[in-house]
Design a protein around this ligand. Structure first.
Ligand code: LLP
Length: 419
């Protein structure tokens, strides 16, 4: 199915397996909730991006947007595939350093980077600082001067391009907190070119996330190309990747098609370096979350709820963006789907519903539920609401499961309480 990890299959007795591991065994061994990341899917997506983009425009760098899933193990994995990194905080830079990733190929984003973060980035050798506005440009110049470094920068522009995605994850529209409005760009470019410790090398834009249409990316690339020609630059960074299928058989553009259409805009311009920063489409489908079903509450004629041992703290996307997810019962994945239920989390918030009205095989308390496509922006946005510890994460590959993030214990929750 289109929304599962590449290695997902039905093993013995129709049980769900990922990365050659039985999900039921993983739940028993590591407990639930449990984030599973399938290494092969991550590697396949990295390779597919690099190959399809380099085929249509050889001078392309793919940088993984760490914000989608930032753990030492995942950054190490992605870096081992030769990808650069999009980082957006000192913490992400710190994680990348721990993973021994090359920061030379890192792009530091954000609309309000602090002076100490800017210095940390420069001292750590981050290759490109992506500057969002006038104030940040001045702050970077001060930071660079103080530590006697020169900063290579991109300016982020606000392209004024509408893309069809959720209001909260659109970023390129005219009324956005991100990027220099086009009307102010001449002035900011001039200012950047005048600054001593700053070297302007390119432009960047990001039009939003979970976009299922190639055309807005094409429009964006054309606009960036015109602008870098106007200012005599030769690097352009078009931001995040294409959207992914969260639900079974949801139509998404083929990666090769996306790459070809962007490559066509840059045809006959081999000297232009293209940078793309996919996050969701590298790790999203690689992730599956396992939960244990506790109670079942049937309100006759109204709704049947099944309660899980996680919810909005490990996956805030449904409550934030009305995101939709698919799921199955791991030990009954091959059984007919007959039970219409609503999957509710354990948190003190009535909106804590992970999936409304899904039809599953007959559900019983104690069953293990697998929710698909949870690799991106789940762990990355997880919280400790209700003082619940964040789940463990395992990386599965070829029948082996490695614990890469341990489950938070009670002591972790009070670690920073001083009195
Ligand atoms: N580059 C920049 C500058 C970005 O801001 C983002 C995402 C990306 C790349 C990666 O975009 P992707 O390939 O993952 O679409 N929390 C939201 C998504 C926020 C995306 C923020 N920026 C969600 O869960 O849907």
């Amino acid at each position: 199915m289109s929304n599962l990890p590449d290695t997902a299959k039905l093993g013995k007795n129709g049980q769900l397996e990922i990365g050659g591991c039985s999900c039921a065994d993983l739940a028993r061994k590591f407990g639930t909730p449990l984030y599973i990341i399938d290494e092969a899917t991550v590697r396949n997506r990295c390779r597919a991006y690099v190959q399809s983009f380099r085929q249509s425009h050889p001078n392309t760098e793919i940088a993984f947007a760490c914000k989608a899933l930032c753990t030492t193990s995942v950054v190490r994995l992605v870096a081992s595939e030769g990808l650069g990194l999009d980082v957006s905080s000192g913490g992400e830079i710190y994680t990348a350093k721990k993973a021994k990733a090359s920061l030379n190929h890192a792009y530091f984003h954000g609309n309000n980077k602090a002076e100490d973060e800017l210095k940390f980035a420069l001292q750590s050798g981050v290759g490109r600082m992506v500057i969002d506005n006038f104030d940040e440009l001045n702050r970077l110049e001060k930071a660079a001067r103080e530590i006697r470094k020169t900063a290579n920068i991109f300016l982020r522009i606000n392209p004024g391009i509408e893309a069809h995605t959720h209001e909260y994850i659109k970023t390129g529209t005219v009324d956005s907190k991100f990027g220099v409005p086009l009307a102010q760009l001449d002035a900011v470019v001039q200012e950047a070119k005048n600054k001593k410790n700053i070297q302007l090398v390119g432009l960047h834009a990001h039009i939003g996330s979970q976009i299922l249409d190639v055309q807005p990316f094409v429009d964006e690339t054309k606009l960036l190309l015109d602008l870098i020609d106007k200012y005599g630059l030769n690097e352009l960074d078009i931001g995040g990747g294409i959207g992914i299928p969260y639900l079974e058989n949801e139509a998404v553009p083929a990666l090769e098609d996306f790459a070809r259409q962007i490559g066509d805009v840059l045809k006959n311009r081999p000297e232009i370096k293209l940078i793309l920063e996919p996050g969701r489409s590298i790790v999203g489908q690689a992730g599956v979350t396992l939960y244990t079903i506790g109670g079942i509450k049937d309100i006759p004629g109204i709704r049947k709820y099944i309660f899980i041992d996680g919810g909005m703290s490990d996956n805030p996307r449904p409550i934030l963006y009305q995101a939709k997810y698919a799921a199955t019962i791991v030990s009954k994945a091959s059984q007919p789907r007959t039970d219409k239920v609503t999957v509710a989390g354990r948190f003190c918030e009535s909106g804590d519903v992970l999936i409304k009205d899904i039809i599953l095989p007959k559900v019983e308390a104690g069953d293990t539920l697998a929710v698909f496509c949870t690799g991106a922006y789940n762990y990355a946005m997880a919280s400790n609401y209700n003082r619940v510890g964040r789940p463990a994460m395992i990386l599965v590959d070829n029948g082996k499961a490695a614990l890469v993030v341990r489950r938070e214990a009670y002591e972790d929750l009070t670690r920073n309480d001083l009195c």
